[in-house]
Design a protein around this ligand. Structure first.
Ligand SMILES: Nc1nc2c(c(=O)[nH]1)N[C@H]1C(S)=C(S)[C@@H](COP(=O)(O)OP(=O)(O)OC[C@H]3O[C@@H](n4cnc5c(=O)[nH]c(N)nc54)[C@H](O)[C@@H]3O)O[C@H]1N2
Ligand SMILES: Nc1nc2c(c(=O)[nH]1)N[C@H]1C(S)=C(S)[C@@H](COP(=O)(O)OP(=O)(O)OC[C@H]3O[C@@H](n4cnc5c(=O)[nH]c(N)nc54)[C@H](O)[C@@H]3O)O[C@H]1N2
Ligand SMILES: [Mo]
Length: 838
């Protein structure tokens, strides 16, 4: 048979897939017709900037064919050998015992049978289940579609996700400037143009965009940063690690001790206040509560002026460096870049991360946030982009084809009981657990103040756990607890549905093999993640909607997630309700029809050609983010979810006062006495940092940022080529180890050489890594990426056995950001490290 070419999309770019004799022979960035591109042009400083006619995918996408055919694929349905639904279940052997291949019929009968048994015995709320944060691209197959629909029909107990990407911004920054509908990040519209025209300096504070790439938008923005560099825009990096963007941009490097960023920010404010170099008019007209904040900064409330000398003592950054930075920041038009998407950054995932994120907003609040070149911009979004033509993005659809359909396609779940992802192990092992916050609080600030307790009165504890995906040993906190949870007899049945073997897969009683997006039909717009970040596809040079064509039949015995859930629904007598009589291709078409695409391209053409590029209109008008606010005008950006937009309050921010709040009205109204998230931000030393008791025994801070060469657990391990990239894994004695970066000083103190196998440990766990001795990490800190997909305990099934897979999250604390802030804190983690002689 001759070669066929299909189109598809990954979570980091669109691809062309070449197929011969039912096999994928090649994959490459989508090859589109020249004449489909209409590049935008930005004029700045007498020069014109325009992107090339191509798609720059993330590096790992180039290895997607290897991942598709990986030996790490789950090939067949499997059953743990010592699990018998009608006899001994042996939950204590989860993670220990081997598996045997079974037929699909047997697997589906067991899973459907267990669902029915548990529902009949305890009620639907005794069933729980969850996905991970990320998913293969495509809105038909997306986790909020079929999985949510299926579980809701069972009336299960949902597990609320902590807003892992945003923690400090979500729970903190929202109380300074609103934007809760963007989970705490500011809008990013047209900030590329603003930066090219106006920026003189960019401070990248806890941000490595060359690595994190606007999350889904591939490498497109790397070019923008090159333009800025060529223009001579100065870049400063505040990061304990000399990160990859700093290297490429030749930036100035400032490396604070972890947990002291807020302290550094306070000292900058101190310089601005005492030297009178901030925007007083803006502070007067656009903010509230400055006086209270100022008193604290000057030390009038606690006797400690927040001087650069004070900050030097805490953070290790020289006072003169802090002072010079503060002065230059005020003198130049300076953009602040606080994490991958404007907000985010590892500094927000730690003890009191709320205070750092609030300070990021307030520092720019002192310099005129929204004025030309004085904004908060991640450098990864905000290209000129058409927002008029709507296409559903994955997190804003939840499996519906239009707003009117929501009740129909996401059946209402009457169960009120909730679990919290980070405390799920405690909820099973040691209930009750309680917390504040409805998960992703994108609807209102008040959602953050809702109190939950599990188990909820009148509801059963959970007995059946349906795990869709299985990455958590490498990504959640203190993850030994997850092993213990899985081995608890309280979980009578565990099923895992995934494509590749992941760190949790072998904790299940039944394993179901799903197929990838290359083996089923779907549709999706590159980079668009809807509710998580409205209009995020402006991180791509072109908006492109891809008809994700089925390229090959599902490999081995895998089936699409939709297919698997349909077969289960059939056995449970709810097939019609689940599918609404639609195949996956029918859903693709329904989504197409619900969108604005039919006005641009016919179904026949779109379906056959496989993509449509939505170019900007000839009369494109740029509306830079927050310029409206700085100038006291009505919001003119297309930030659709801003509830005040197009109302009489359109000039206001989403805070109670409508202004930037140095002293937060929403916190004052709801938690007026919270010392850990005070009404006006404060520097509070970390509960696991250089002042803690634990520091004496464990004097090193573990920092675990997002891995450069894999997208969380999606590519690691399942993509063999990555093991040959020494920045990812390093081979020694036939094993691909996870690197831990250590400064020459710390290595010498412990007799550690480059390439040694080392044990990272504390009272929670031990993880074996390979040492990389490098000047790029500040002394006192160990750098090792999060998101190893490989959990490989020396003694299988033993929760406290050292892991040699590289799941450094076994070491991280499960303590939350602060007492009323249930966010994750992997970067507040003390450890010791030694050469491993085992
Ligand atoms: N130490 C530390 N930890 C962190 C962070 C940090 O900065 N430091 N960051 C946090 C952040 S921001 C995030 S987003 C999380 C990410 O952490 P996770 O959400 O746990 O990671 P993912 O790799 O996205 O998990 C995806 C899982 O779903 C499966 N999957 C993907 N597509 C499909 C599909 O189509 N069908 C099925 N059935 N399964 C599929 C994958 O195989 C994998 O098992 O990590 C958090 N953890
Ligand atoms: N290649 C790749 N890209 C990704 C992902 C991935 O897994 N791989 N994940 C995506 C997801 S889900 C998200 S949420 C984003 C996350 O994007 P970010 O939250 O911005 O990423 P991080 O890697 O946590 O942190 C960025 C930088 O902050 C530094 N840092 C960590 N802790 C501190 C601190 O306490 N103080 C200071 N000053 N700096 C600190 C790290 O060294 C790192 O260089 O990335 C997205 N992009
Ligand atoms: Mo994330």
């Amino acid at each position: 048979m001759s070669e066929q070419v299909f189109t598809n999309c990954t979570n980091a770019g669109p691809v062309s897939v070449y197929v011969k004799d039912g096999k994928v022979t090649r994959m490459r960035p989508l090859v589109a017709d020249e004449k489909d591109f209409k590049p935008w042009t930005i004029e700045a400083g007498g020069k014109k900037y325009s992107p090339p006619k191509k798609f720059a995918v993330a590096p790992y996408v180039h290895a997607d064919r290897r991942r598709l055919y990986s030996e790490e694929r789950i090939k067949y349905p499997m059953k743990r050998v010592d699990f018998d639904p009608d006899g001994e279940r042996n939950p204590q052997n989860r993670g220990k015992s081997p598996y045997e291949r079974i037929s699909w019929d047997e697997a589906l009968d067991i899973v459907a049978g267990e669902i029915k048994r548990v529902k009949d015995t305890y009620g639907g709320a005794a069933i729980s289940g969850m996905t991970s944060s990320h998913h293969n691209w495509g809105i038909v197959g997306y986790k909020m579609g079929p999985f949510a629909r299926f579980m809701n029909l069972l009336e299960y107990t949902p597990v609320l996700d902590n807003p892992d990407s945003w923690e400090g911004w979500h729970w903190g920054a929202t109380h300074t400037y609103g934007f809760y509908w963007r989970l705490g990040m500011p809008e990013q519209y047209d900030l590329l143009e603003d930066s090219l025209k106006n920026a003189e300096m960019i401070v990248l504070w806890s941000n490595d965009p060359d690595t994190t790439r606007g999350t889904y938008t591939g490498q497109d923005s790397a070019l923008w940063r090159q333009w800025l560099k060529e223009k001579g825009v100065k870049m400063v990096f505040i990061d304990p690690f000399y990160n990859f963007t700093a290297g490429v941009m030749d930036g100035k490097w400032i490396a604070p001790r972890i947990g002291t960023d807020t302290c550094l920010a306070m000292a900058i404010a101190h310089v601005w206040i005492t030297e009178d170099i901030y925007d007083k008019e803006y502070v007067r007209d656009r903010t509230v509560g400055f006086d209270e904040f100022k008193e604290y900064v000057l030390g009038n409330t606690d006797g400690q002026p927040k001087t650069p000398e004070w900050a030097e003592n805490e953070s290790g950054v020289k006072a003169r460096v802090i002072r010079a930075l503060a002065r230059e920041w005020a003198a130049k038009r300076t953009i602040l870049s606080g994490g991958a998407r404007g907000g985010e950054g590892g500094a927000c995932r730690q003890a009191y991360g709320t205070e750092w994120a609030r300070m990021m907003v307030l520092l720019q609040g002192m310099q005129g946030l929204g004025k030309p070149g004085r904004t908060i911009w991640g450098t990864t979004m905000g290209a000129p982009s058409d927002t008029k033509h709507w296409f559903p993005a994955y997190a804003d659809l939840q499996g519906r084809v239009s707003t009117a359909d929501i009740a129909k396609y996401v059946p209402m779940n009457p169960t009120k009981q909730r679990l919290w992802r980070l405390t799920l192990p405690d909820a099973v092992l040691d209930p009750p657990v309680s917390w504040y916050g409805e998960g992703f609080c994108g609807q209102s600030l008040e959602q953050q103040f809702t109190h939950f307790e599990y188990p909820m009165e009148g509801y059963p504890e959970i007995r059946l756990f349906y795990r869709y995906g299985g990455s958590f040993m490498g990504t959640m906190s203190d993850t030994t607890k997850w092993v213990k949870m899985y081995q608890s007899p309280k979980l009578e049945f565990v099923v895992n549905q995934d494509i590749w073997f992941n760190s949790e897969t072998r904790m299940a009683d039944i394993i179901l093999p799903a197929c990838s997006n290359f083996e089923r039909d779907d549709v999706g717009e590159w980079g668009a993640c809807g509710g998580y970040t409205c209009h995020a596809s402006s991180g791509c040079n072109y908006r492109i909607v891809v008809r994700q064509q089925k390229c090959i039949e599902p490999l081995w015995e895998s089936k699409s997630d939709y297919q698997i859930l349909t077969l289960l629904a059939e056995r449970l007598g709810m097939k019609e309700e689940f599918t609404d009589g639609r195949t996956e291709l029918d859903w693709v078409k329904a989504f197409y029809e619900s969108s604005d695409l039919p006005g641009l391209v016919s179904w026949e053409e779109f379906n056959k050609k496989g993509y449509h590029i939505i170019n900007i209109p000839d009369d494109y008008k740029s509306t830079p983010s927050l310029r409206w606010f700085a100038e006291g005008r009505d919001c003119d950006t297309p930030d659709t979810n801003n509830p005040k937009r197009n109302t009489e309050k359109a000039k206001e921010l989403g805070t109670y006062s409508g202004k930037i709040e140095f002293s937060s009205e929403s916190l004052k109204a709801n938690f007026p006495d919270d010392e850990e998230r005070p009404v006006s931000p404060k520097y509070i030393p970390s509960w696991e940092g250089h002042h803690s008791e634990m520091y004496r025994e464990y004097p090193l801070q573990l920092m675990s940022p997002h891995p450069r060469f894999t997208f969380h657990c999606h590519y690691d391990k399942h993509t063999d080529w990555l093991d040959d990239i020494p920045g990812h894994r390093i081979k020694k004695d036939g094993y691909a180890w996870w690197p831990a970066r250590i400064s020459p000083e710390d290595a010498a103190l412990r007799g550690i050489q480059n390439g040694d196998i080392v044990r990272l440990y504390n009272h929670r766990a031990s993880v074996l890594c390979i040492a990389v001795v490098t000047e790029r990490i500040r002394p006192g800190i160990i750098h090792s990426y999060a998101s190893s997909a490989k959990y490989d305990p020396l003694v299988p099934g033993q929760a406290d056995s050292p892991d040699r897979g590289g799941c450094v999250n076994m070491l991280t604390p499960s303590r939350m950001v602060s007492k009323n802030v249930p966010g994750m804190t992997p970067n507040s983690c003390l450890i010791e490290i030694e050469k491993w002689e085992g």
